[in-house]
Design a protein around this ligand. Structure first.
Ligand SMILES: Cc1cc2nc3c(=O)[nH]c(=O)nc-3n(C[C@H](O)[C@H](O)[C@H](O)COP(=O)(O)OP(=O)(O)OC[C@H]3O[C@@H](n4cnc5c(N)ncnc54)[C@H](O)[C@@H]3O)c2cc1C
Ligand code: FES
Length: 286
């Protein structure tokens, strides 16, 4: 099935010129694109469908979170790991080339004015939307700006860590954890979150907010920790997405909401969901 995005979604579809292709670290790349309407409208947590080939067939498109969106320059960027066919193709794009972007899509992170500590918990390629969020949080004027923005960056090993360079340069306090201990502390992101929540007993649960993005098993464990400690927040879920605009059901997530409704579509009901609003019927893995 081929979906023409202009006919199925009110969001914007554009040819976006490549401004820069930057190798950040190992196989981590940032591609900067000229897309003024998206740059103007996008909020942290939203994503774009990127189309690199001819036409809009599902085989040519993938979802990517927005890493930057700057209304002043009209530019957006995507941070990605060059791994498989699509991302290696994306890494070949150079200034002068263009790709098609559809977006901004999906729900976004909300920031509460009263959080004293924002904890950003990222697993692997979950980092880019959280970097966008951290930038917005750290740019907030006082007294809205959180006193501390702590980032837990996790991955199965050092090679899969994403966003560390950016989060450090933004001024977040960065803790690295890897499953195999190849960089930072050995362990998982939810384990480290629990250690942090224990370490700051003076901060009431109402003063901490957790923002998570990463693989589903990590998000489920993270949600459990937050619920045990009475901490609120939001998670951004990863799911296979073919159309990105609620038309194909490839992103159905087996959850039941407090209102009894479910399942949900990650592309239009998410990707950002409040912690504690949904019950997972089965631990889903994308
Ligand atoms: C909301 C959202 C935001 C994301 N943001 C980022 C980001 O910021 N940075 C980043 O690096 N990655 C992000 N991803 C993942 C990204 O969309 C790609 O899935 C990933 O980069 C894999 O690319 P690849 O070149 O390794 O896969 P390929 O080698 O092209 O594909 C491998 C196989 O997996 C299938 N496949 C892979 N991904 C998807 C998908 N998403 N939907 C359906 N089928 C798929 C392909 O059909 C193929 O069979 C995001 C995913 C989602 C859902
Ligand atoms: S990706 Fe098609 S319905 Fe969500």
């Amino acid at each position: 099935m081929i979906i023409e995005p202009e006919k199925t979604s009110p969001c914007i579809s554009h040819a976006a010129n490549v401004v820069e292709q930057r190798n950040v670290r190992r196989n981590e790349f940032e591609i900067v694109l000229e897309a003024p309407e998206i740059a103007n409208a996008a909020l942290p947590g939203q994503f774009v469908m990127v189309v690199t080939g001819e036409g809009y067939g599902f085989e040519h498109r993938r979802p990517f979170s927005l890493f930057r969106a700057d209304p002043e320059t009209g530019r957006v960027s995507i941070l990605y790991l060059a791994r498989g066919i699509f991302t290696q193709d994306l890494a070949q794009k150079l200034p002068g080339d263009s790709v098609q972007l559809l977006g901004p899509l999906g729900t976004h992170f909300d920031t509460r004015a009263d959080e004293r500590i924002a904890i950003i918990a990222s697993g692997g390629i979950g980092a880019p939307p959280l970097c966008f969020l951290a930038r917005r949080l750290l740019e907030m004027p006082q007294p809205l700006r959180p006193e501390r923005v702590i980032a837990i960056c996790g991955a199965r090993s050092s090679d899969y860590l994403v966003g560390v360079t950016e989060l450090c340069s933004l001024g977040a306090e960065v803790d690295i954890v890897t499953d195999d201990g190849s960089e930072g502390a050995q362990g998982t992101v939810p384990e480290h979150l629990e250690r942090l929540l224990k370490r700051y007993p003076e901060v009431t649960a109402a003063g901490v907010r957790v923002y998570g993005c990463g693989p589903m098993p990590m998000l489920l464990a993270l949600t459990n920790v937050c619920e045990r400690y009475g901490v609120t927040g939001q998670i951004s879920i990863e799911a296979p997405m073919h159309c990105g605009v609620g038309q194909c059901d490839s992103c159905l997530i087996p959850v039941v909401g407090r209102d009894g409704k479910g399942p949900i579509r990650a592309c239009v009901d998410g990707p950002v969901l409040p912690i504690g609003t949904y019950c997972w019927e089965t631990p889903a893995t994308p």
